[in-house]
Design a protein around this ligand. Sequence first.
Ligand SMILES: Cc1cc2nc3c(=O)[nH]c(=O)nc-3n(C[C@H](O)[C@H](O)[C@H](O)COP(=O)(O)OP(=O)(O)OC[C@H]3O[C@@H](n4cnc5c(N)ncnc54)[C@H](O)[C@@H]3O)c2cc1C
Length: 352
Amino acid sequence: MDEYDVIVVGAGPAGATAAFFIKYHDKSKRVLLIDKLEGERYNTYHRICGEAIRAITIDELSPLVIDGIVERIYLVREIFGRNKIELPAHGLLVNRVIMLKSIIEQFKRLGGEYKNSRFLGLEVKDDKIIVETNEGMLRTKYLIGADGAHSTVRKMLNIPDPSICFATQYIIDKEPVHGVLEFYFDKNYKSNYKWIFANGNTTKIGVLAGSLNKEEIDGKILQKQSRSIAFGGVRDIVKGNILLVGEAAGQANAFSKGGIRPGMNAGKWAAEAVINANPDLYRRKWSSSKFNSKLSKYMFEKFKQMNTEEISNHMNPFVKYDGAMSYIVAVLFYTKYLKLYYANYIVGDYSW
Ligand SMILES: Cc1cc2nc3c(=O)[nH]c(=O)nc-3n(C[C@H](O)[C@H](O)[C@H](O)COP(=O)(O)OP(=O)(O)OC[C@H]3O[C@@H](n4cnc5c(N)ncnc54)[C@H](O)[C@@H]3O)c2cc1C
């Protein structure tokens, strides 16, 4: 039976990053990264995404190189019912397939092993984990489950599922507005939102729950794609020498459902904990991180209770007034939303 120091299940953003950082910190470790998808199926799965991340991800994950940057984002436009605000931003649109394949290459260059293989089950025996794949049995000291929203590793550990939504995105034959991310908040989006992002010379429109009416789509639909997103966390992200990262651990942001940057940072922290032979380090780092802030859930719950009129009105101070005056008006006359404004500020920084 082949023996490894670490097996990582799932070569998405979280798993590929975890695998890279283990080899980066200790080249002598034998690390295997597996993914059940290959070729076009892998590419299609990973492009069902808005593919937006904050530019700070590059610094957070250095020396890992983020390839596949397609476009720089300098503005976020948020439309709350009839109110619109625009905020400067430092973001990136990436082609995830290029980004992920480059991370896998960087991992392989450090001596990491990558295989197209499906994880089926596990058994803990003494201080080792026996891993069953469709290609046979393997033995490892540590296992990182990065196998996405419907994680099999999580199921094997009997950890209850996180919250799951079913997002749908449409690729529209329409020249996009470049450099800008647009978000629409409206009761119709079921306490979530609609987004419009550039996708090369086409446009991506997406919703996190349900689907869109034809009237809302301004252009010919080239493709309609859907995928689950797991958010809101899970009971345990560490069990013995098994660590869950990314959506396997429900780490997409509870409000925005952005999960690339949170998952990649979690992958890096899980790798550091494994290198230190102390998986609990990862649990503590994630628990205290702003990616895991309770304010995201608070914001999600608050938006559920608001109708479109209230969603519009609560942003009045920031639409009608500029700079310091907007904050003074908010603090004096919109006190019931102060926690929500703060939540918005934190979520804005840590949710993508
Ligand atoms: C429509 C849509 C738009 C989104 N837009 C954004 C956005 O703009 N910004 C953002 O930050 N986030 C966005 N997200 C969320 C983001 O895509 C995810 O949070 C992120 O991909 C999670 O990364 P991950 O590595 O945890 O899991 P995944 O990306 O899901 O990767 C999991 C990997 O595990 C593999 N796998 C699964 N089961 C097994 C198994 N049994 N054996 C072996 N391999 C297995 C899969 O093939 C897959 O490659 C969006 C999601 C959707 C659906």
